[in-house]
Every structure is written in C-alpha cells, then in structure tokens.
Design a protein around this ligand. Structure first.
Ligand code: CMP
Length: 138
C-alpha cells in the first residue's frame, strides 16, 4: 500500500469541485486515509513548495495557494502516486489528456484544481507537512 498527498486548490474549492474530485478518487478504488480543509498562510505555502523557490512562478504560485481554503487529503492504495497523477492529468490543463481532472476543470497552469505528490520521497514530505500520525486512519 502506498500513500500520496492530494490538495484541492483554492480554484477547485471556490468552484464547488470538492465532491467531484473526491468522487473520482473513490470511484477509482482510492481510499481517503486523512482529510481536512484549511487556508495556508503565504509562508506555509512557501514551505510546502520550497523545491520551486527559484522558479519564476514561485511568488504567484504561493500567493494563489494561500488565497483561499484548500482541501488536503492523504490518498491510499496500490500504486496510488501514479494512479493519482493519471487521474489529475498533465500540469498544464491544455496538455492534459481527455477525461482527467485538470483537462475537465483546470483553467490555466496555476489554476489547475489539484496538486498531487510526484514521488515517494515528496509524498512523505508533503503528508508530514499537513498530517501527524494520529490524523491518519489505519
Ligand atoms: P503543482 O502540481 O501544484 O506543482 C507546482 C505548481 O506550480 C504546479 O502544479 C502549477 O500549478 C504551478 N505552476 C505555475 N506555473 C508553472 C510552470 N510554468 N511550470 C510548472 N508549474 C507551474
């Protein structure tokens, strides 16, 4: 069993897509092992996306990610990191495959509805950023 972190971004929450995103996870055999809604401060968003701090879009990204509430979830299942990435689609909604979350609902590369960890090491960091072990369902 593998775990990954998913975030429904401020655009997804604002547009009423929480239920639709969770439905796609659950109907594809993914289990929600932890979940909460919160609004990050700019500093918390900067810490979360620290790997991108040298990128030109860092300031805009962290402003956006702290602009409104997000839903953070720990997803669990076999090969769930890859499975979630497939369900999300490519980072840029215009390049995402048909039927993916970002293709169906994303409006631009920044407002792309969802975030998902891209590897086991980043999943461990990202899950630990938001959840402690008492918040994770066995
Ligand atoms: P995410 O999976 O949350 O990881 C970093 C985010 O930066 C990415 O999704 C995009 O929403 C955002 N972003 C904005 N501009 C770019 C860009 N030019 N390349 C990659 N990611 C970008």
């Amino acid at each position: 069993m593998e775990r990954t972190l998913s975030i429904i971004k401020p655009d997804g929450v604002a547009r009423g897509l929480i239920g639709e995103v969770i439905r796609r996870f659950e109907s594809n055999g993914i289990r929600i092992a932890a979940m909460k809604m919160l609004q990050m401060t700019k500093a918390q968003a900067e810490g979360f996306y620290a790997v991108h701090r040298e990128r030109p879009f860092f300031d805009s990204l962290t402003r956006f990610m702290s602009s409104g509430p997000v839903v953070v979830m720990v997803l669990e299942g076999e090969n769930v990191i890859e499975k979630n990435r497939t369900l999300m689609g490519a980072t840029d909604p215009r390049q995402a495959a048909e039927g993916t979350i970002r293709r169906d609902f994303g409006t631009e590369i920044e407002k792309n509805v969802v975030h998902g960890s891209d590897a086991p090491e980043t999943a461990a960091f990202e899950i630990g950023y938001f959840f402690n072990r008492f918040e994770m369902m066995a």
